[in-house]
Design a protein. Structure first.
Length: 531
């Protein structure tokens, strides 16, 4: 072999060695890069789990707050808008922002029916329309359920009746509705629930209900319309809805129907200390009197017992105020109250007893006269502001542990208020101009719906008609809870509904919104626990 050939072979070996070294270097680099990515992935996965734990901490903090008494909640800053309790709450501390983990609790801020950003607090579910009350509205007024639904933006009579047909128990279609005959012709066929839906999303099965109508353009659910969402909203606003007569009110298209609806709104039927309210319709009148005496005083407690035994007095004779009456607890009650407000402005009497315990004939000579009691609960605004808070704090005519479905007039949007049977636009305007979303302990009557009676927005008769549908506040709350790091980290965002009517509040609805992104910048959510 020549010297040249040997040199060529040596050169070839050198090239092959260089190739092998390069491949090994590339493999080593690839392995190193893969391990780096894997480490980063594991770290991010762990931080994602930790961010979920941060959000869960927020949920637990809500539960703890809902266990407090009204006075304790007022001292803590309330539930409606309380940045000190709900914004940037530090859970995991660290010297570096990347290690500090917080949670923030958010609800939409509304002006009338327009989205107005966010607040740091809870949304009262009773400010939404409880679908279970639609059929109750039907019983109180012709097409009452349709009247409520027609207030929703872009609603049609056809869709409203189809929703009611989905909920009502019969198979008879309404004037514009749809029952089994329609749904059995779908592919695949199905049947209406004929009951309250299990979720609001179930309404997508109802004829005419679309995702755009139900959810609106706020696709990332952050109570703010970004430019792309705004374009969609403007497009939706410029298009007419086919298939029926449309509600063409002034409400903007920034909210879908789901933001007005609930299945969970309910109120605790308890006294401020958490014990059950006194049932004014109780059968044991002596026990009822003894419960009422230390709270309402002798005059009012006596009046209630006498009223229960004898009913209202509608005669013309003048009665006595605070008359001393000897109560006979053996006499059974003959009159029940349909509302606490049944006591307002009424008189009652204690019949005089003749021989054998019978009431003497009217006009009899020398016969004792009945004792007429003037109204202990006067139909006067200044008087009602004094006695109604005590009466409503402690008394009820419904022995149930909770009262479902009524609408919170202190927080519900105009759209919902206008649909309530008996509500006029004039009444709604006055409520909106005078209400407070969350009244403090210094305004005890504002916690109850009856403030609109004491403030002379409605008459007593109007108030009695509204009572089955309205309240001053509920005990079930909705919120978005964001768990996040202040820097370089994933976030978890969940939507929850928490039932505070129980001794121990519980989550009745839970939805993961993390796939929609954090939704809010860190500066909005809060940094380092600072407000």
């Amino acid at each position: 072999m020549s010297q040249l050939a040997r040199d060529d072979r040596k050169g070839l070996v050198l090239v092959m060695v260089l190739i092998v070294v390069a491949m090994l270097s590339l493999a080593s680099y690839t392995f190193s890069d893969y391990m780096f990515i894997e480490r980063k992935s594991v770290r991010m996965s762990g931080r994602q789990m930790q961010s979920r734990a941060l959000a869960d901490s927020g949920v637990e903090s809500i539960k703890q707050l809902l266990m407090k008494t009204p006075a304790e909640l007022d001292e803590a800053g309330g539930l409606y808008d309380n940045p000190g309790r709900f914004r940037g709450m530090l859970v995991v501390d660290d010297v570096a922002a990347v290690g500090r983990g917080n949670f923030t609790i958010i609800a939409p801020a509304m002006e009338e029916d327009e989205l107005a950003g966010i607040r740091f607090g809870l949304e009262d579910e009773s400010s939404r329309l409880n679908l279970a009350t639609l059929l109750i509205a039907d019983k109180s007024a012709t097409n009452g359920g349709r009247q409520i639904l027609m207030q929703l933006p872009n609603m049609t009579e056809e869709i409203a009746d189809a929703i009611l047909d989905w909920i009502d128990p019969d198979e008879e279609p309404r004037e514009f509705g749809a029952e089994l005959d329609h749904y059995s012709g779908q592919s695949p066929p199905y049947a209406p629930r004929n009951g309250v839906p299990e979720t609001v999303e179930e309404l997508l099965l109802v004829r005419g209900v679309t995702p755009e109508l139900l959810f609106g353009p706020d696709s990332n659910r952050n109570s703010s319309l970004e430019s792309t969402e705004m374009s969609q909203a403007q497009l939706a606003g410029s298009q007419s809805v086919s298939g029926g007569t449309t509600n063409s009110g002034s409400a903007a298209y920034s909210r879908g129907w789901a933001d007005y609806m609930t299945l969970y709104g309910s109120e605790k039927n308890v006294q401020p200390d958490g014990t059950p309210r006194i049932d004014l319709n109780g059968k044991d009148l002596e026990s009822l009197y003894n419960q009422l005496l230390p709270i309402l005083g002798q005059e009012m407690a006596t009046f209630i017992i006498v009223y229960r035994q004898n009913g209202p007095y509608t005669g013309t004779k003048t009665g006595q105020v605070g008359a001393t009456v000897e109560l006979d607890f053996q006499k059974q009650a003959k009159t029940n109250l349909t509302s606490v407000l049944d006591l307002v402005g009424l008189r009652t009497q204690v019949p005089a007893q003749g021989q054998g315990g019978q009431q003497p004939a009217p006009g009899g000579q020398g016969q004792p006269e009945a004792t007429i009691l003037e109204a202990a609960f006067a139909n006067l605004p200044e008087a009602m502001r004094l006695y109604l808070p005590k009466l409503l704090d402690h008394c009820t005519v419904n022995a149930a542990k909770k009262i479902p479905g009524r609408i919170n007039i202190n927080q519900a949007p105009r759209t919902i208020l206008l649909g309530i049977p008996g509500m006029t636009p004039e009444i709604v305007d006055l409520i909106l101009s005078q209400r407070e979303p969350e009244a403090g302990e210094d305004k005890p009557l504002r916690k109850y719906e009856a403030w609109i009676l004491a403030e002379e927005i409605v008459t007593l008769e109007q108030m009695k008609a509204l009572v089955p549908f309205i309240c001053g506040g509920g005990s079930v709350y909705r919120a978005q809870v964001v768990g996040y790091y202040e820097s370089e980290g994933p976030a978890s965002r969940i939507e929850v509904v928490i039932d505070g009517t129980e001794v121990r509040p519980r989550v009745v609805f839970w939805r993961d919104l993390s796939n929609l992104g954090r939704g809010y910048p860190p500066g909005t959510l809060g940094l380092s626990g600072l407000q």
